[in-house]
Design a protein around this ligand. Structure first.
Ligand code: SIN
Length: 281
């Protein structure tokens, strides 16, 4: 079954950073950089290369103010403002907060961030402040190039060129229950081509995608369910265990993620800064 490209395997010393893969298919830990300081052009190029090679990159023991966190995001592009949840005084920051009063957590199902937007975010940078006192609260990430490449050829031929609807109301309408929200809704290709790597990635997700255009409801539901099961295969996943000061930077164009809520009633708290993206093609 394993028919997808894997990135460089052993730890690699770039000029300014060390990159250590977490699994053969996705994820790498980056050492040798202080994210609170402005990146040199060389550091930026190397972090960007590590992200393109590994899809999600992790940093340990960082300390950033909100302004430094936003500056880090801005190094990679304009900041995205979440259509529903912005932090008071910092609309570009999303608080990731769970405690004994939570009825749900952000990102409990496999998804890519805010894919209901016409131009969904390119990447997200989550900085964890507080982890659950008795453990838990990991985040899973999955490689959507591999998900696309491991579909059988007849299925890829059928889906390539088709589009699906991503509806914000499906996620935020149900969770928010405010009743008056107008949430973004967009149509995107089922296989999108990554603007940096040129590779195709599967781009439907259980958080936002509601139907495949041009199919009967029953056909669309069956195919989406099949794809969601496929996305969950262990072959192309990694699991990140957070500590205070950990940072994860994922590329929303070629990954999905899921926040594991296995620590109720304990508290987990972090800030996410999200980098704006372009129209999926
Ligand atoms: C999210 O951005 O979907 C939340 C991820 C997490 O809390 O681990």
């Amino acid at each position: 079954m394993k028919r997808f490209d894997v990135a460089e395997r052993p730890s690699v010393d770039y000029e300014t950073i060390r990159v250590s893969p977490l699994t053969p298919t996705i994820g790498a830990t980056i050492e040798g950089i202080d994210l609170a300081r402005p990146m040199t052009d060389q550091q930026f190029a190397e972090v960007h290369r590590a992200l393109a090679n590994h899809l999600v990159i992790f940093f340990r023991d960082q300390r950033m103010s909100i302004e430094q966190h936003k500056a880090l995001g801005r190094r990679f592009g304009e900041l995205h403002v979440h259509p529903v949840y912005g932090m008071k005084g910092h609309p570009e920051v999303l608080e990731i907060k769970t405690d004994e009063n939570s009825k749900g957590v952000a990102g409990e199902v496999w998804h890519t961030d805010v894919s209901c937007d016409a131009q969904p975010p390119m990447g997200s940078i989550l900085y964890m402040h507080e982890v659950p006192v008795n453990g838990g609260g990991d985040t899973l990430f999955a490689n959507m190039y591999a998900a696309w490449e491991t579909l059988s050829e007849p299925i890829r031929t059928m889906l390539d060129g088709m589009r699906a609807v991503h509806d914000g109301d499906y996620t935020y309408g149900v969770r928010q229950k405010q009743g008056q929200g107008e949430y973004p809704k967009s149509s995107h290709p089922i296989a999108r081509t990554h603007p940096v790597t040129g590779r195709k990635a599967l781009y439907v997700n259980n958080g936002f995608t509601t139907r495949i255009e041009g199919l009967r409801r029953s056909e669309s539901d069956a195919i989406l369910q099949m794809l969601y099961r496929h996305i969950e295969l262990d072959d192309f996943k990694c699991r990140f265990h957070w500590a205070p000061g950990s940072v994860a930077f994922w590329d929303n164009r070629c990954t999905q993620h899921l926040a594991v809520w296995d620590y109720f009633p304990h508290r987990r708290y972090g800030h996410r800064v999200t980098v704006a993206g372009d129209t999926p093609v």
